[in-house]
Every structure is written in structure tokens, then in C-alpha cells.
Design a protein around this ligand. Structure first.
Ligand code: KE4
Length: 431
């Protein structure tokens, strides 16, 4: 695979952009290679500047559920842009988006648009704190909610502790209000509520994780969180930036049958343009300025281009009553093929899949259902797998701790090609 142009582009970018990328997830650092610079993308295919073509399972980390450059999305952006790109004043497009989100996710009675998933989660936490008058938040080890200070906190030792900053620049004052529990560890959440219950403003969780790889919640675990939040008057925030409109029309909360108090969204609702949103119970949302005292604002919130792209995406999904069934069939076919490959190869690995999100964990654990299982992964083996896969024209997430995504644009031949190439590579990994 030729990569001269990407290498040259990367060296040039390094001179003016920290690490040569505008987001660390793109850096390919954890798989020991350099990022590919992309020229264009169409449907399930992505093309780098050296002319290499790949079947894309990153999909911009989730937004591209319809595949790249979907005609309806491109048309909507083109037509909207011709009338101007931003007004700093309300448009009907924003109301259409809010109504559409509320129709698809009934728990979202009222919603505020922002410009990224990070902005959505930061704002939702401030709102929960403002509404309850409490300071503490519980997050889960391995869950990622964007780069807001309160969320860049890991558990430190054990799963029950006051937070330790994950990054320089986060004050001890911030970290002390973030408590960390274990995903799928019901006792860890119960203990935190027993110790801090009336000081906990919110619990925020990826209802199905994508950011430590894909892990599904035990039903008793997620139900207990809902019960504890209700009992102690804490706000349950489902961070569905990745799972929203991905796992079902109504997101993970539809799949799990759990109603959160607030939901954060992003990715798919922008159709690839910068977007985020947070919404939920009207009594909570009405605390937001200008209706209420909790302040949050944004120059480009509800930007007409992002709204047009997002509305076109959601309307395209809604126009096909079989959309999620078709996605499920393709994703299940891929999972089956990958599992058969891995079984034949004898290489220890676990494939976790929920809907069209999946992760191949290179571990000898029989099951990956918690952060501690994820930490057993052979990241060296994973890196070799990813790089060999790229040589064969398949682009999967360049980190063991991420999700891959199937889109409606992936064809059955894409899936079969991917399965065949994975088999070839696993045989080579055994050498
Ligand atoms: P953004 O600020 O990146 O739009 O969203 C933050 C965020 C919040 N919540 C969840 C569940 C998320 O998955 C994300 C962002 N996801 C990563 C991929 N794991 C974005 C990729 C990147 O950081 O470049």
C-alpha cells in the first residue's frame, strides 16, 4: 500500500497542528503507524490521498450511518448553503430537528442543540447540577463523554473512589466531584449512592459503551442505576452521542427499555456536520436559560447546515421501515464471519456486537463485559491486525478501545470481502 503522500501530508501537518491531527483518536498512535490523509469518501468506501481505497468501518466515528456523501444529505446541505450558512437567529429547521428527535426518542420532551457531543454532556451535567442544587456526578470507568473537565477522570485504584484527573489542567476541585464506578458492577454504584446519595446530582453513562470497545450492560445493572437515581433524586443522563439513532430509532434506551431523565446526542443528528444536543424531561430543560437560571449558549448552535444534514439523515432512516432490520442482518453476517475466522485461526479474541456497532477484543478472556476485561487485551496483536487489514483495503477503528460501525451503504459483498481478508490476516498473525 503506497503511503508517501500521507506521510508527506502528516509531516507538513505536524508543523502547524499539535500531533498533526485535530483529534487524538485519528492519530493512529495506538496502532504504531501514521494517519492516512483522506481525499474523499462515497457510500461505504473511503479514499486516501495516495489513491488507496478502503471499506470504511469507522464512518467518522459514528455519524455516517447512511454511508458517505449520501445524495439526500448532500442535496440538503447544498440547497441550504445557497441561502446562507449561519444567521445567529432562530430558524424553522431547528424546530423541525427538535420535533423529529422528540418523535424518535419520546423521553426527549424538550431539546437544546449545541455543536459537539462534548458540549452536550458538559451542558447536561451543568443543567443537572443546577436543577438539583447538588455537585457530584457518577461516571463509569472506561466510559468517555467528551473532553469536559468533569469527565476526564479515571477511577484511580479500585472502582470506588474520588476521581484522579486523567489529564493535566483539571483542577482537584473539579476532580473531587467526579465519582467513578465500574461498568456492569452494580455494587460499585450502590456503594457510591450509600456514601454520597443526597450529594449526587447525576449519573452519566454510555448505555451501551463504544469508548472502551463495545460492551452491553447487564439488564440488572442498568435497571438498578435507574432505580437508585429515582430513589435519591439524581438525574440519570444517557450519553447516546454514539448510540442515539445508531442502535434503534429510539437509541439504546429503546433497546434497553430504560427511560433516562436526560439524553445527550451528537454524531448521526448532524449527518457529518458539527452537532450535539441534550434534552429530556421538560421540567428539567425549562431550567435552562432563557426559560430558567442555568446558562448555556452557542454562536453556531442549531446551525442551518448541520440541521439540514441531520434532518435529511433522520428522514432517510425513517423513510425505510426496514432500516434497522437491514442493518442488523448485515452486521450479524459480519459478526458470524469474524467469529468463524477467529475460531478457525485459534487466535484468542472476543467479538462484541450490539446492532451495527462492534469491537474485536484480542484477549483470552472468554467474555468482555467490564473495563478490567478490556485491559487484558493484546494491543500489539490488535495493532498488527489493523495495519494488515489496511493493506487489504479494510479500514477499521485504529484503537482497541473503540467501536467499529456498519452503515446502510455497506453491501453484502463488502461484508464478505471483509470476512475473507480477516481470515487471510489472522492466518498471517499466527505465523
Ligand atoms: P464529540 O465532542 O467528539 O462530538 O463527542 C464526544 C463524545 C461524547 N460521548 C460519547 C459517547 C462519544 O463517543 C463521544 C465522542 N466519541 C469519539 C470516538 N470514541 C469521537 C472521536 C474523537 O474523539 O475524535
Amino acid at each position: 500500500m503506497r503511503t508517501e503522500k500521507s506521510i508527506e501530508a502528516f509531516n507538513r501537518a505536524l508543523k502547524s497542528i499539535p500531533g498533526g491531527v485535530n483529534s487524538p483518536a485519528r492519530a493512529f498512535k495506538s496502532v504504531g503507524s501514521n494517519p492516512l490523509f483522506i481525499e474523499k469518501a462515497d457510500g461505504s468506501a473511503i479514499y486516501d490521498i495516495d489513491g488507496n481505497e478502503f471499506i470504511d468501518y469507522v464512518g467518522s466515528w459514528g455519524p455516517m450511518i447512511l454511508g458517505h456523501a449520501h445524495p439526500e444529505v448532500v442535496k440538503a446541505v447544498r440547497e441550504t448553503a445557497g441561502s446562507g450558512t449561519s444567521y445567529g437567529a432562530p430558524t424553522i429547521l431547528e424546530t423541525q430537528m427538535a420535533e423529529l428527535i422528540g418523535e424518535m426518542i419520546p423521553s426527549v420532551e424538550s431539546v437544546r442543540m449545541v455543536n459537539s457531543g462534548t458540549e452536550a454532556t458538559m451542558s447536561a451535567l451543568r443543567l443537572a447540577r443546577g436543577f438539583t442544587g447538588r455537585d457530584m456526578v457518577i461516571k463509569f470507568e472506561g466510559c468517555y463523554h467528551g473532553h469536559g473537565d468533569s469527565f476526564l477522570i479515571k477511577a484511580g485504584s479500585g472502582a470506588l473512589t474520588h476521581g484522579e484527573p486523567d489529564s493535566p489542567g483539571i483542577t482537584k476541585g473539579t476532580a473531587k466531584d467526579t465519582l467513578t464506578a465500574g461498568f456492569n458492577d452494580t455494587g460499585s454504584v450502590e456503594n457510591l449512592f450509600t456514601m454520597h446519595g443526597d450529594k449526587i446530582a447525576a449519573v452519566i453513562i454510555e448505555p451501551v459503551t463504544g469508548n472502551m470497545g463495545v460492551i452491553e450492560p447487564d439488564r440488572e445493572f442498568i435497571q438498578t442505576i435507574r432505580t437508585l437515581c429515582t430513589w435519591y433524586g439524581a438525574i440519570l443522563i444517557f450519553d447516546e452521542v454514539m448510540t442515539g439513532f445508531r442502535l434503534a430509532k429510539g437509541g439504546a434506551q429503546e433497546l434497553l427499555g430504560i427511560t433516562p431523565d436526560l439524553t445527550t446526542l451528537g454524531k448521526i443528528i448532524g449527518g457529518g456536520l458539527p452537532v450535539g444536543a441534550y434534552g429530556g424531561r421538560k421540567d428539567i430543560m425549562d431550567s435552562l436559560s432563557p426559560s430558567g437560571p442555568v446558562y448555556q449558549a452557542g454562536t453556531l448552535s442549531g446551525n442551518p447546515l448541520a440541521m439540514a444534514a441531520g434532518i435529511a439523515t433522520l428522514q432517510t432512516i425513517n423513510s425505510n421501515g426496514e432500516f434497522y432490520n437491514e442493518l442488523e442482518k448485515k452486521s450479524a453476517l459480519l459478526e458470524k464471519g469474524l467469529c468463524e475466522n477467529l475460531h478457525k485461526s485459534g487466535i484468542p479474541a472476543v467479538v462484541n456486537r450490539v446492532g451495527s456497532m462492534f469491537t474485536i477484543f484480542f484477549t483470552s478472556e472468554k467474555k468482555v463485559s467490564a473495563y478490567k476485561d478490556v485491559m487484558t487485551c493484546d494491543t500489539e496483536m490488535f495493532a498488527r491486525f489493523i495495519n494488515l487489514l489496511l493493506d487489504e483495503g479494510v479500514y477499521m477503528a485504529p484503537s482497541q478501545f473503540e467501536a467499529c460501525f456498519v452503515s446502510s451503504a455497506h453491501s453484502e459483498s463488502d461484508i464478505r470481502y471483509t470476512i475473507d481478508k480477516c481470515q487471510k490476516i489472522l492466518d498471517r498473525l499466527k505465523e
